[in-house]
Design a protein around this ligand. Sequence first.
Ligand SMILES: CC(=O)SCCNC(=O)CCNC(=O)[C@H](O)C(C)(C)COP(=O)(O)OP(=O)(O)OC[C@H]1O[C@@H](n2cnc3c(N)ncnc32)[C@H](O)[C@@H]1OP(=O)(O)O
Ligand SMILES: N[C@@H](CCO)C(=O)O
Length: 347
Amino acid sequence: MLANHLFEYPHEFKLESGKTLPGFQLAYTTYGELNKEKNNVVWVCHALTANSDFTEWWPDLFGPGKLYDPTKHFVICANMLGGCYGSTGPLSPNPRTGVPFFHSFPQITNRDVVNTFELLRNDLGLDQIHTILGGSMGGQQALEWTIEKPDLFENLVIVASNAKHSAWGIAFNETQRQAIKQDLTWKLNTERAGLNGMKVARAIALLSYRSHLTYDLTQSEETDEVFDGYKASSYQVYQGEKLASRFNAFTYWILSKAMDSHNVGRKREGIAKALKQIKANALFVGIDNDVLFPVKEQEFLAKHIENASFHVIDSKYGHDGFLIEMSKLTEKIQLFYKQKKLKPVLV
Ligand SMILES: CC(=O)SCCNC(=O)CCNC(=O)[C@H](O)C(C)(C)COP(=O)(O)OP(=O)(O)OC[C@H]1O[C@@H](n2cnc3c(N)ncnc32)[C@H](O)[C@@H]1OP(=O)(O)O
Ligand SMILES: N[C@@H](CCO)C(=O)O
């Protein structure tokens, strides 16, 4: 029932920057079947390093008997443009030259990513979306889309995200890109260029994805006798290695820049006016201890959107709690449907 597909867009695609891509492809995953009324669509937007297989990184939400059940819903998620899981990105061959884009891949924004989703949606003939869900960068994209197409979405669920990427978030991303830049291989046009720098970038990022409390609870030494070779140190190294086995520095660079450029108010006369466009019933969930997308950012969103609720998940994990606190997140979404008297389950 879980199926992978490819959408090819063979025409020139204009980016927000004014630059163009000579077409693109999106690799996407679906789970379940579209019903006759075409009203059972659940669209998921993935975060920075995740992929279109939502059952891998949000396993508790999707499956038979779960909140989003493939016997009732048609769940879809596309790998974002610029990524490295099958959609067009910096390692894809540039049809204009026949060799991978590498450093020549143009800068993209969340709005560009959403425009590719919109082309896919049209191609599939989906003219209503029951619920769109996204966390972190995926939440930024879900928000962009519900602003751009207010009549398309019935419900919007956003976790640990924001209306505009914060100065703090940009500073973290820039520091990570500086680490990539320091890697002497970064200038090369090879798949592994900048990979050691990216390992450091991931280690830096982890400091913003977790919290003081997380490290305290999971990486503290058990004895007073240690004076080198700390658990916290090997954890940082390991996390860099782990990402390097499934990602590349070009995509890391492009997507972190896309995140930095996130501002729903751009060319829409400001954030407040942009958020007023949203017609969907909205749920914003913040994660306690999230230093990267602090709960005040989700509270702000809820305040500026009609029909919005705001909840906080108590967590010791910080930002990554949006991927880890599955049962608490499921409860919040169930409650949202119940309070709004909405039917999450369609038959
Ligand atoms: C569910 C998935 O991970 S799907 C895989 C793709 N992931 C995605 O697409 C979404 C993004 N995912 C993520 O960001 C992360 O996977 C999270 C947030 C979901 C979970 O993070 P994790 O890194 O798995 O958890 P955590 O921080 O507890 O680290 C555990 C790993 O660190 C290792 N580790 C823990 N402490 C130490 C230490 N002191 N020194 C070295 N290694 C350590 C563990 O052995 C474990 O290794 P493993 O992942 O190879 O089993
Ligand atoms: N752990 C998340 C963090 C960004 O939200 C990821 O790697 O995508």
